[in-house]
Design a protein around this ligand. Structure first.
Ligand code: ZN
Ligand code: ZN
Length: 292
């Protein structure tokens, strides 16, 4: 563009100027007293003929594009109110630096704004929650999980610690020998000779026996006796006598449940010794909580 050919009129003008200069120079050489003055050339207008001063990052003016105006933000020559770094509170506690007069109200000038304990309207999520996508089954096995077994053991707070725990009947010979007296005595004989003294029947299972007078009492008869004892119409004297009599009865059992005599003194074991021991130990413990 700079090697553009000049117009004909321009060329002629430049040629005339040159000729005029040559004439001035020739005349100056003839007249020595002439002071030759050369005017500095005019600075040409650069880039599309614009004479505007161009800054690298303009803040305003026609050079500012809409994009630049959008991203440059606010242009100020002074700092804004939020840009001050105030170390002291601007609200004075005391109006005077000498302090307050007596009985002056020291309440804050502005009441504190009440803050609500509940979130405002716009903060609630009104959209229904999205349904979660079910996770893939591990190893592609759709077997159900084993349900957790219910813990049935009594909790620590359920025990009545204020009550004294019942003790087992222990036979101790001056501390040298300790035998736990069985809760249910076992009567071992070739034939079961037990016969209820009230109903004259052979008792089934456990029954009551009085060792002093060798009397038997079946469970149903014992229940009847206890019912009479608890009856309101029963005389106090009769009740006391009856209680004494019933207290002498003990729980007994025929030995047929663990061995078979078959009418002889010898017996065939039906139950292992360890099972029998376990049964007796369990009964001894449980009968401590059983009251007649
Ligand atoms: Zn026996
Ligand atoms: Zn009976």
């Amino acid at each position: 563009m700079f090697s553009r050919k000049l117009a004909k009129s321009m060329r002629e003008r430049l040629r005339a100027e040159r000729r005029e200069n040559q004439l001035i120079e020739a005349r100056a050489k003839e007249e020595i007293s002439f002071i030759y003055v050369v005017n500095p050339p005019e600075i040409p207008r650069i880039a599309f003929g614009s004479g505007l001063e161009r800054v690298t990052l303009p803040m305003s003016g026609p050079s500012l594009t809409p994009f630049m105006r959008k991203i440059q933000g606010e242009v100020r020559e002074f700092p804004g109110p939020h840009e001050y770094n105030t170390t002291k509170d601007l609200i004075k506690k005391n109006a005077s630096k000498y302090g307050n007069a007596p009985f002056v109200s020291k309440l804050p000038r502005l009441a504190q704004t009440a803050t609500s304990a509940y979130p405002p309207v716009g903060t609630y999520h009104v959209h229904p929650p999205k349904k979660l996508k079910q996770a893939a089954r591990p190893f592609n096995v759709g077997a159900l999980q084993k349900p957790v077994e219910k813990f049935t053991t009594t909790g620590p707070a359920n025990y009545a610690i204020d009550r004294q725990s019942p003790n087992m009947k222990i036979c101790s010979a001056f501390g040298s020998k300790r035998i736990i007296w069985p809760a249910v005595a076992i009567i071992c004989s070739p034939v079961n000779n037990a016969k209820c003294s009230k109903c004259s029947s052979t008792p089934i299972g456990d029954y009551y026996h009085q060792f002093k007078l060798n009397l038997d009492l079946c469970r149903s008869c014992m229940k009847k006796q206890l019912r009479i004892l608890k009856r309101c119409t029963t005389d106090l004297y009769y009740r006391a006598r009856m209680r004494n009599e019933l207290n002498q009865y003990q729980r007994v059992r025929y030995c047929g449940f663990f061995h078979d005599h078959q009418g002889t003194t010898a017996a065939i074991q039906l139950m292992s010794k360890s099972t029998l021991k376990y049964k007796i130990r369990t009964e001894n413990y449980l009968y401590t909580y059983h009251k007649l």
